[in-house]
Design a binder for this molecule. Structure first.
Ligand code: CDV
Length: 315
């Protein structure tokens, strides 16, 4: 029995600062209805799909931005989306800012994905691990990227789940630039990796990278797909948002590393592809047969140290 599934990337254009959650949900619903027309069974929305990318502004007390976060998912704003998706038999991954209070009453802010199956059951959450940008106000920047002020790294690591007739993993934005992300997912059998992103085209620490933004975006996701024999669905929230332009170019990538579908606008746009999950084995069972070829006894540094340590001079 072939394991085929139609996946969709629900790219979003900008979300204005004063756009209400209801207005955003209307847009997400519109993408959902288009997904139905295209036979999509798994629809992937971007990182922080419910709000403008608020880390571009610095407020001393993050609680001032609590209205951008969700304490529950679904909640009163998003329940209509969850209900409609279940009704249509479409599963989805939704990125949002999560405010979580633990058993000791301590509040945590995470940049989160929730994955929901076609029958409406919640498969899992993933909380972004690699938090880019800075924690303090940096006046020299054209705009802030204070993700490290607003989010802490997810404590649960990278997981995969049996879902959508295959093995699904998730990552969020900056996670996609790190090969460790894909490898840890690959080592858990990932066949489809879902990645949402908000990537400003102007990179303040080194503007020489601006022109390469689209190239780097596809480079890392195509490499991650190929080296782990997995599909990657990369989904942007792009376009001009509150004066800052972000990358679009959402893609669906095959385990061969080839791009199967790509968005062409800077706006809300659905792309989709019918994918064969058994095709992953073409790579997982040959060049990237981990069991046969990997040499983990030589990879210890990957987890035993964080930064690079060159050999001493003269050695
Ligand atoms: N939202 C992100 O994680 N954005 C980063 C920026 C800072 C470069 C990214 O890696 O795309």
């Amino acid at each position: 029995m072939p394991r085929r599934i139609t996946v969709g990337a629900g790219q979003m254009g900008p979300i204005a600062r004063d756009e209400t959650k209801g207005e955003v949900v209307d847009r997400l619903m519109n993408l959902l209805l288009q997904a139905k027309d295209q036979g999509v069974e798994l629809l992937v929305y971007p990182e922080l799909a419910m709000t403008t990318f608020f880390p571009r502004w610095f407020v001393e007390d993050p609680a001032e931005f609590d209205h951008y976060y969700h304490r529950e998912m679904p909640d009163q704003d998003t329940k209509v989306l969850f209900d409609e998706a279940k009704q249509l038999g479409i599963g989805f991954a939704l990125g949002y800012a999560e405010l979580y209070t633990d058993d000791e009453g301590i509040e945590h802010r995470y940049n989160t994905y929730i994955l929901v199956e076609r029958d409406g059951s919640v498969v899992s959450k993933f909380r972004k691990i690699h938090i880019p940008g800075h924690a303090d106000y940096e006046p020299w920047r054209q705009f802030q990227h204070a993700e490290r002020h607003y989010f802490e790294p997810g404590p649960d690591g990278f997981g995969t789940w049996q879902a959508f007739d295959g093995v699904v993993g998730m990552a969020i934005c900056n996670d996609r630039r790190w090969p460790e992300t894909y490898r840890v997912l690959g080592l858990q059998g990932a066949e489809v990796i879902l990645i949402g992103y908000n990537t400003p085209l102007y990179y303040s620490p080194d503007p020489t990278q601006n022109a390469l933004s689209g190239f780097h975006n596809h480079l890392v996701m195509q490499a991650g797909a190929y080296q782990n024999g997995a599909y990657v669905v990369g989904v942007a929230k792009g376009g001009f948002e509150e004066g800052v332009e972000s990358l679009s170019q959402s893609v669906i990538i095959a385990p061969s590393g080839q791009i199967i579908a790509q968005a062409i606008t800077l706006e809300d746009e659905l792309i989709s592809a019918n994918i064969d999950l058994d095709f992953c084995e073409t790579y997982k069972g040959t060049l990237f047969n981990f069991d046969y070829y990997r040499m983990p006894e030589h990879y210890g540094l990957v987890t035993s140290q964080r930064g690079a340590v060159p050999p001493p001079m003269g050695s």
